[in-house]
Design a protein around this ligand. Structure first.
Ligand SMILES: [Zn+2]
Length: 374
């Protein structure tokens, strides 16, 4: 089955690593869910943690406690997965201090964005008890769109350094590709200094409007020019296929539907009798934990369908790249190198793909690219 640089030894090591990562990730999610449930069941009601404060402030404070609690319970597992295990397999070259600093930055960012958002949600729930779902949905969708807009320009540089693609040979290939495909990526192509933290390689199309750009990791740029060109063509295919707006719209619709269902659930005391939890009157900050838990369940229920659709789009982009680079050879060898560099499992178990993967198995993508090359 394995050909080229993907050896049976790689497959065995990658399977072991990826399954451990998945196990640790699922255990972390279980712990976070348990912590949120415990807070919902055990914390006092009546505006806790700031009973005398305006609803907005009480909601923001509740979110801060919830977020810090979640971070605290899953931190040991995150450390095991993201630092220890990644070092054991030779993927990460980040220092412990650097890893901790990134965690702290991530937590701070979550509080800066999440606290006002949660405060606003609590205030909207208090003010419009029967109609909050669509007002909160509209605000949440605006926030999500805003974050997608500023993410590549303002947020990602907090973790990595970016500069416009420098290599003149690659720039020329890129311009040729854009001319052939008629695509326009407003923000251009950028390289990111992933090598400071990791040996893995990656590429992505991110942002929208003026912040839309293709980002390539410097670790990817070590590949042969025809391989980088194939990866670039795949990312340009996401632009040509308008995949980011599709994804944002689908996410907005799913979010609004989820909020509607959550309002219905919170409005029905029978539910609360069944769960054994005290009902939540409008504006009770504990509703933040309930919304977080129920949104998580809603997301998990939708995931298999959303991921299956995402995998179809990825196949389409691979086929597009093979068509527009003239051969599947570059794509096949690029994917093989990514598989080895990232210690990816080329043939993950079917249930793992169905439940967790937004990309088709690399083994299948490589086979299709080779068929395109033949
Ligand atoms: Zn893709």
């Amino acid at each position: 089955m394995a050909e080229g640089p993907i050896t049976p030894e790689h497959c065995a090591r990658a399977r072991g690593y990826q399954m451990k990562r998945l196990g640790l990730g699922l255990a972390g999610t279980a712990l976070e869910t348990g912590a949120a449930l415990a807070l919902l069941a055990l914390a006092p009601r009546g505006g806790w943690p700031l009973p005398a404060a305006p609803v907005f402030l009480a909601g923001a404070a509740y979110f801060a406690l919830l977020a810090l609690l979640r971070q605290a319970v899953s931190l040991p597992l995150d450390y095991w997965e993201g630092y220890r295990l990644a070092h054991q397999v030779g993927l990460s070259n980040e220092t412990r201090a650097g890893w901790l600093l990134d965690q702290a930055k991530g937590a701070l960012l979550l509080l800066l964005i999440g606290c006002p958002a949660a405060g606003a949600l609590a205030a909207v729930m208090a003010r419009w008890p029967g109609d909050w779902w669509w007002i909160a949905s509209a605000l949440g969708i605006l926030l999500g769109g805003g974050l997608a807009l500023i993410g590549p320009v303002l947020l990602a540089p907090l973790f990595f350094r970016f500069k416009p693609l420098a290599d003149p040979g690659l720039r020329e290939r890129l311009e040729g590709l854009l001319a052939r495909t008629g695509a326009r990526v407003r923000g251009g192509v950028w390289e990111m200094d992933l090598s400071r933290k990791s040996r893995a390689a990656n590429a992505a199309l991110v942002g929208w409007g003026p912040s839309r750009r293709v980002v390539l990791s410097d670790t990817l740029l070590a590949c042969a020019p025809e391989e980088v060109e194939a990866v670039l063509a795949h990312e340009i295919a996401h632009e040509v296929g308008r995949h980011i707006p599709q994804l944002l719209l689908a996410r907005a619709a799913a979010f609004a539907a989820g909020m509607y269902l959550i309002q219905e659930a919170l409005d029905h005391p029978a539910w609360w009798a069944w769960t054994g939890l005290a009902p939540l009157p409008p504006g009770e900050p504990a509703a933040i934990a309930a919304v977080w838990l129920l949104l998580g369940m809603w997301g998990a229920a939708l995931a298999p369908g959303v991921l299956a659709y995402a995998r179809r789009l990825e196949h389409w982009c691979d086929a597009f790249a093979v068509r527009h680079t003239g051969s599947g050879r570059g794509m096949a060898s690029a994917l093989e190198k990514l598989c080895v560099k990232n210690l990816a499992d080329p043939y993950p178990p079917r249930w793992v793909v169905a439940l967790f993967h937004a990309h088709p198995p690399l083994g299948e993508r490589i086979r299709r690219a080779r068929e395109g090359a033949a």
